[in-house]
Design a protein around this ligand. Structure first.
Ligand code: PEP
Length: 252
């Protein structure tokens, strides 16, 4: 039985003051939902403020990126140990990082290894573009990203990873994948790739989230599907009532 998992990716939104305000409103509503692993992923500069507000609750904290090196001359980067001082999770390989910041399966792979070594749970994003989808390449793209991203992990480490299937065309567009389509990708592509790579026992333990325009109205249907173990939520995680409703739907 996989524990449902919902993470909020705030992307580059909210100043520290705004982050405090959001969490003080949202935190109480979330903290009482006790059968879902809930993770807030604010920008780096707000991590300390959010950590102080959610300390002692069951809410988890995640970063949106890290660098794979431990320390040194990497201006502007944040190391795994720096993230681990405050967080237990990190989003890696988000499509916005792949598209705008040159992230590749190789860099995602290095980051996953570094995150696990630091004791962080990586939330690894995979997903095809609209062009790739239309060209019938979803299976090829998603299985390659999954396999190359998780390359070289042992079974014990792989079981700790959370994978988020986020079709690029569904992120921030309002064009969510249907629950049936997402289930099919989760089962036939992502979980199958994981089983090929690590064996079916490990693949059955790995949480696979759906992400892409999840909102308060459509969330519940995703969670009825056997291979959709939760959601990675962008825009709706910035709205207190909507995010609470999504987590509540995962809990039901
Ligand atoms: C995301 O940021 O990972 C995401 C899925 O965004 P949205 O929910 O806004 O589509």
């Amino acid at each position: 039985m996989r524990t449902p998992f919902v993470a909020g990716n705030w992307k580059m939104n909210k100043t520290v003051a705004e982050a405090r305000e959001l969490v003080s409103v949202m935190g109480k509503g979330l903290a009482v939902i006790n059968n879902v692993e809930i993770v807030l992923c604010p920008p780096f500069v707000s991590i300390l403020a959010v950590a102080n507000l959610i300390g002692g609750t069951r809410l988890g904290l995640g970063a949106q990126n890290l660098h794979w090196e431990e320390k040194g001359a990497f201006t502007g980067e944040v190391s795994p140990a720096m993230v681990k001082e405050f967080c237990n999770y990190v989003i890696l390989g988000h499509s916005e990082r792949r598209t705008y910041f040159g992230e590749t399966d190789l860099t995602v792979n290095k980051k996953i290894h570094a995150a696990l070594k630091a004791g962080l749970t990586p939330i690894v994003c995979v997903g095809e573009t609209l062009e790739e989808n239309k060209a019938g390449k979803t299976a090829q793209v998603v299985s390659t990203q999954t396999k190359e991203g998780l390359q070289g992990l042992d079974a014990e480490s792989a079981a700790k990873v959370v994978v988020a299937y986020e079709p690029v065309w569904a992120i921030g567009t309002g064009l969510a994948a249907t629950a049936d389509d997402a289930q099919q990708v989760h089962c036939d592509i992502v979980r199958k790739s994981l089983a090929d790579q690590f064996g079916s026992d490990v693949a059955q333990k790995i949480r696979i989230l759906y992400g892409g325009s999840v909102n308060a109205a459509n969330a519940a249907e995703y969670f009825t599907k056997p291979d959709i173990d939760g959601a990675l939520v962008g825009g709706a995680s910035l709205k207190s009532d909507d995010f609470i409703a999504i987590v509540q739907a995962a809990s039901n």
